[in-house]
Design a binder for this molecule. Structure first.
Ligand SMILES: Nc1ncnc2c1ncn2[C@@H]1O[C@H](COP(=O)(O)OP(=O)(O)OP(=O)(O)O)[C@@H](O)[C@H]1O
Ligand SMILES: [Mg+2]
Length: 240
């Protein structure tokens, strides 16, 4: 049977540059679930994603992706995930379609022209922009191309590092609807963000990281949303 738990962090401890940056971090993300990982700058959010991808070794603890221990079979774990990095690197001299074709080929994903147009439709990238080199794009337009690339990988799991940074409010709302739809269709989404409001709008559960520790978790009530005020208060609270 397919595992319901798609991502599992189990008592993660990570050291970077001689400093402990994750301490005893444990959480899971199930099929159909959006998990929002909140925290201030340097809290360890991107590091958490990096451990799932096997970019950063763990000192102790385990990361498991679709039942595969990342420490044992990193390639198999990576195949199950599409990753949207904090700063996506796309080619400035290629247009949106060429970027997507190039990176999908690199990832060994077969996609036709219609799939690419459909993904660009889903992220609402204007039709007239699609054939222009990225060097003329705004930050938000680039982000849309990066999001389209993650969607086209069509993996069970999405790891998103501040996916809405650079998007305008309308695009943010559309993106959250898109993420919600993906989860409702069975994907597992781990989304790193600073945006309390956005996280509450879309997440089934939220984990709050502070100085490498998961200090709070919030769950949406059945049929409802996580309360923004409560999370905001916890986020803004001073460390004891
Ligand atoms: N490549 C690296 N080498 C050494 N230390 C690093 C490296 N990357 C991150 N760190 C340290 O790890 C800690 C956590 O960083 P991380 O990037 O995970 O934070 P973050 O929560 O994603 O922050 P932000 O919101 O600013 O993106 C920080 O103290 C940072 O200085
Ligand atoms: Mg980060």
């Amino acid at each position: 049977m397919e595992p319901q738990v798609r991502l599992q962090a189990d008592r993660l401890r990570v050291v970077r540059g001689g400093k402990q940056v994750l301490s005893g971090v444990s959480f899971t993300v199930a099929r159909g679930e959006v998990y929002g990982l909140l925290g201030g700058n340097g809290a360890g959010k991107s590091t958490t994603l990096a451990t799932f991808l096997g970019f950063v070794p763990v000192v102790s603890g385990r990361v498991v992706v679709n039942g595969v221990d990342v420490g044992i079979d990193r390639p198999a774990a990576r195949r199950a995930m599409a990753y949207l990095p904090e700063a996506a690197s796309l080619y400035e001299h290629l247009d949106a379609r060429e970027n997507l074709r190039y990176f999908l080929e690199l990832a060994g994903v077969a996609c036709g022209a219609a799939d690419i147009e459909a993904a660009l439709d889903r992220v609402s990238l204007a039709g007239e922009a699609r054939g222009l080199q990225l060097r003329g794009y705004s930050k938000g337009m680039r982000q849309k191309v990066a999001i389209a690339l993650a969607l086209l990988r069509d993996t069970d799991i999405l790891l998103l590092d501040e996916p809405t940074s650079g998007l305008d409010p309308t695009a943010i709302d559309e993106f959250h609807d898109l993420v919600r739809g993906l989860a409702d269709a069975g994907k597992a989404v781990l989304m790193v963000t600073h945006d309390v409001y956005g996280a509450c709008q879309v997440a089934d559960r939220i984990g709050l990281l502070r100085s490498g520790r998961l200090v709070d978790q919030f769950s949406a009530p059945a049929g409802g949303r996580i309360d923004t005020e409560t999370v905001h208060r916890a986020f803004s609270a001073k460390a004891p």
